[in-house]
Design a protein around this ligand. Structure first.
Ligand code: ZN
Ligand code: ZN
Ligand code: ZN
Length: 420
């Protein structure tokens, strides 16, 4: 574990992690490789099973016909992890086990490597119920809880279902692409939740990085948010209770700071948007962009000026319309929608947050593509102020952003050269 954090007993929360010294904003606090990970079945045909890159053409493992890789190098590097799994998958063909079963299997194989001597103990099942066992069985990953019934004292587990946002370097903006990967970490299970956390977790490849988004004082607890922070107190609390089985008593939940703003406007005017969100999500999942855009436009024009842009449901609908426009190549319209969301994002993300940084990058890419160069340069600069804190300067996303900024600078120079 990195020297700047230590385990401690957090009042009312059990174990936690706290800073042992001052941690600067943007500092990398901790970095970890997952104990096990697997690509979700949903995207298993589109993503390299080793480096998680999304590729048009992937090589398929000739034996299990399940694993896919971008090239021979990835396939070779993955083999030490994949070989045992490959044998199991082959024996089950044509059936493919569920994500949680595949993840559990990968976890066992990883552990067998680490503790081959305690294999017997690992596989024996006892009815001992610890908090985590209960928690995990509620998460429907029972195979894991069986395996761990005996080894909870050894370590606890942190399970993360990741929904990353991909930004492709090709094209002006590649629409956000939601997918699911499953990762397992230990040691990070000690991080407690806060609805306004002082750290964020970001992936670089399969490696997880924990970074401070504010300056953290010695002995201050390190926190992350387990859920999307942009939602009403009542909804956050419900989600935390259902998924993580605790009641959040953080400062933000206490003062309900942004709740009023999130539901601003007449309820009769924003309720239809709130009630349509799940339908819009379905259309998005079906890539039914034309219908999605029409539905969003209809909702937005009905709400028009009666509902302010700060309204959370209006923001969600605007974002869905933005996604649809990007997929359909309606760049001008996409830019208009994107620009409307920016002041709202700024308001709701007081600390640097990846979602806010990525939104700025999307808008910047649209401006750049539409040749609004100086506006693009300005938007990218704002994005960089956030991304350098949440992702650090060496992250591939930051490098992509810096390249865009460089392109803008060169184009502005060229323009002023021609004007003189
Ligand atoms: Zn790969
Ligand atoms: Zn295979
Ligand atoms: Zn809270």
């Amino acid at each position: 574990m990195a020297p700047k954090l230590e385990r401690f007993v957090s009042p009312g929360k059990g174990n936690g992690l706290r800073a042992t010294g001052r941690i600067l904003k943007g500092e990398l606090v901790f970095s970890a490789e997952p104990l096990a990970n697997c690509v979700s079945k949903k995207v298993s045909r589109d993503v390299c099973h080793h480096c998680f890159t999304r590729c048009e053409t992937l090589l398929r493992c000739s034996q299990c016909k399940m694993a896919r890789y971008c090239n021979i190098t990835c396939q070779k590097q993955a083999w030490s992890v994949h070989k045992t799994e490959c044998k199991c998958l082959r024996s089950l063909l044509p059936r493919i086990p569920t994500d949680s079963v595949r993840l559990a299997a990968r976890l066992i194989f990883a552990l067998v490597n680490v503790w081959s001597h305690s294999l017997f103990q690992l596989f024996s099942y006892s009815k001992h119920k610890s908090g985590i066992l209960v928690k995990m069985s509620k998460l429907n990953i029972f195979p894991l809880s069986l395996i761990f019934a005996h080894s909870f004292s050894l370590f606890s587990i942190f399970l993360l279902f990741l929904h990353p946002i991909f930004i492709s370097p090709s094209g002006p903006v590649c629409p956000s692409f939601l997918s699911s990967y499953c990762f397992l970490f230990y040691s990070l299970s000690l991080l407690n939740h806060d609805c306004r956390p002082n750290c964020v977790m970001v992936f670089e490849g399969t490696k997880l990085q924990l970074r401070a988004v504010r300056e953290i004082n010695p002995e201050e607890e390190l926190t992350i948010s387990y859920i999307e922070t942009l939602s009403l107190t009542e909804d956050r609390q419900r989600q935390l209770e259902e998924q993580y089985h605790f009641t959040c008593h953080c400062q933000r939940c206490g003062c309900k700071d942004t709740d009023g703003l999130m539901v601003s406007g007449e309820e009769v005017s924003w309720r239809p948007m709130m009630e349509s969100l799940s339908r819009l999500d379905e259309l998005k999942a079906e890539s039914n962009w034309q219908v999605l855009l029409e539905s969003c436009k209809h909702l937005l024009s009905a709400a028009s000026s009666v509902v302010p842009d700060e309204n959370l449901y209006k923001l969600r609908v605007t974002d869905a319309a933005l996604d649809a426009c990007i997929h359909l190549g309606y760049w001008e319209e996409a830019l208009g929608l994107g620009l409307r969301t920016l002041p709202v994002y700024r308001q709701y993300y007081p600390d640097p947050h990846p979602v806010h940084g990525v939104q700025l990058m999307r808008v910047g890419k649209l401006q750049h593509y539409l040749e609004h160069i100086s506006e693009a340069a300005d938007t990218f600069k704002q994005a960089y102020q956030i991304i350098k804190v949440t992702h650090g300067d060496t992250h591939s996303l930051t490098k992509d952003l810096l390249m865009k900024m460089e392109e803008c600078r060169a184009e502005i120079d060229q323009q002023s050269f021609h004007n003189n």
